[in-house]
Write a protein that binds this ligand. Structure first.
Ligand code: PEP
Length: 249
């Protein structure tokens, strides 16, 4: 049985005051039954997240990492630094990293491997653009993104990590994939992993991302292969993120 994972990607939003208010808001609304929850603040706020969330059921992680272990890489942040700040998870290959910062499949696979090697739980983001969907290339694109990591890390690389299916056309647009559209791609991803190892595939959490909110989460997460969400906009206010949690518990 896979437990729902609710992940909040704050992107480049926040301030010390906002981080305190948001995390205190999340901590002030406990529930006995809760999905696994993780927030992804920008790097400068990870230490603040660590001091506010340590000992709570909410985990924290980073939005990306360097594939390098250390050295002359100005501006980069390594996996061991993230571990030092108590991170458990790290996002890898978010579509904004791919499109705005030129990360290709090999770069993403290298980052995924670096996270795994350090003991972090990477969440691999995959997904097609609108044009790719309209050209009926969704499966080919997602397969290519997935296989890059499978080839580099082996299927064992997904024993600890997770996948987030995020159709690019649904990110930050208010346009959500229908539960049927999302389920079809999630089943495709699980099938690709199962082809190599069906036990690992059965345990793998595959999150959906793309304009998830308190109104659409329950229908999405009820589908067989949708094991939670990667949430952008609706993770920036405690009440909005909690509305998603409350919709699925
Ligand atoms: C995201 O940032 O990964 C995301 C899915 O954003 P949003 O929920 O705002 O579409």
């Amino acid at each position: 049985m896979r437990k729902i994972l609710l992940a909040g990607n704050w992107k480049m939003h926040g301030s010390k005051a906002m981080v305190s208010a948001l995390l205190e808001g999340l901590l002030a609304a406990p529930r006995r039954e809760t999905p696994d929850m993780v927030v992804f603040p920008p790097f400068p706020y990870l230490a603040q997240a660590q001091s506010l969330l340590a000992g709570s059921p909410i985990a924290w992680g980073a939005q990306t990492l360097s594939p390098e272990a250390q050295g002359a890489h100005t501006g980069e942040v390594s996996a061991s630094m993230l571990l030092d700040l108590g991170c458990r998870y790290v996002l890898v290959g978010h579509s904004e990293r791919r499109t705005l910062y030129g990360e290709n499949d090999a770069d993403v696979a290298a980052r995924y491997a670096a996270a795994l090697a350090a003991g972090l739980e990477p969440i691999l983001c995959v997904g097609e653009t609108l044009q790719e969907r309209e050209e009926e290339r969704t499966e080919a694109v997602v397969e290519r993104q997935l296989e890059a990591v499978l080839d580099r890390c082996g299927v064992e690389g997904f024993e600890r990590g997770a996948v987030a299916y995020e159709p690019v056309w649904a990110i930050g647009t208010g346009r959500t994939a229908t539960p049927d559209q999302a389920q079809a791609v999630h089943a495709f991803i699980r099938g690709k992993v199962a082809y190599r190892n069906d036990i690992i595939a059965g345990q793998l959490r595959i999150l959906y991302g793309g304009s998830v909110n308190g109104s659409n989460a329950a229908d999405l997460f009820a589908r067989e292969d949708i094991d939670g969400g990667l949430v952008g906009g609706a993770s920036l206010k405690a009440e909005d993120f909690l509305a998603i949690r409350d919709a699925v518990t």
